[in-house]
Design a protein around this ligand. Sequence first.
Ligand code: URA
Length: 270
Amino acid sequence: MESALDYWSAKALLEWQVELGATEALCEAPVDRYALQPPAPKAQPGQTAGQMPGQKAGKKLGTPPPMPPKPKPVDPVVEAQKQAAAASGLPSLRAALEGFSHCELKMGARNLVFADGQAGARVMVIGEAPGREEDQQGKPFVGAAGQMLDRMLAANDLARDKNVYITNVMPWRPQQNRDPSAEEIAMMVPFLERHVALAQPDFLVLMGNISCQAVLGRRGITRLRGQWGEAWGKPVLPMFHPAYLLRQPEHKRTTWGDLLELKARLGAAN
Ligand code: URA
C-alpha cells in the first residue's frame, strides 16, 4: 500500500504508540470491538468477502472467535434415576449418593447419612432428614428423636442391632433443620426407591410428612397415620414422627395403636 507518511513521521508515530503501551502489531487496520458487528463490507472487484481494502486475500479481520457451546442443563431427577438404577448393591448405592453433586444440602453437611441397622430386615423405617447429631455421626436417628424411635421399636421387639433397618429420605442435613424442598425430595426419591429394592424389607414404616411425601406422594400425617398403604410393591404404614411425639406426647397413645398394628402384621406374615 502506498503510504502518505514519510519514514520519519511514521517512525515518530510508531514510537508514540509504543510509549502509550502498544506492544504488538495485530493487523494493518484498527478494529473497534466495542462497536456493533458492522455489516460485512461488499467485496470490490478482485477482492473476496470479508477482506479489508489493502488486506491480503485469505486473512479475515475483526471476526470474533466462535463461542464455546453452552453446556446442556442437567435434570437432577433424571440424573438421580440413572445413578440409582446403576447401583447393584447397597455399597454402590451409597457410593452413588456420595458422588451425587446436584443437591445443595450436601455442601453444608458434614457427613452422608446413609442407613443403620440390619439390611435385609423385615421392617425398614424411613425418616425425614438427619439432624445435628446424625450429621456429626453419619448415622440416622441417633439424637433425642432416635432414642424415642428405639423405645417405639422395642415395643415391637424390634432393635437396630437385631431386626430393623433405618434410613432417611434425605441423606444430608438441611441447614437449621429446615424442611427439604419439593425439588430436593424429588431428586432423592430414585435413590430411596432403589434403597428399598436393594434392602428388600417386607414392610415400610414412614415417619412423618416428608417420608409420606417421598414415598406416597402426599402429606397429611394426621389423616395418613395408622392407615396401611402400598408403595414400590410393599405394604407401607405411616406414623407420627418420634420428634413430633417428643413435642406432643398426647399422640403417643395413637402411635402405640399403630405399633400394635405393625406387630400384628409382622406376626400374621410370619
Ligand atoms: N429425624 C429424622 O427424620 N431422621 C433422623 O435421622 C433424625 C431425626
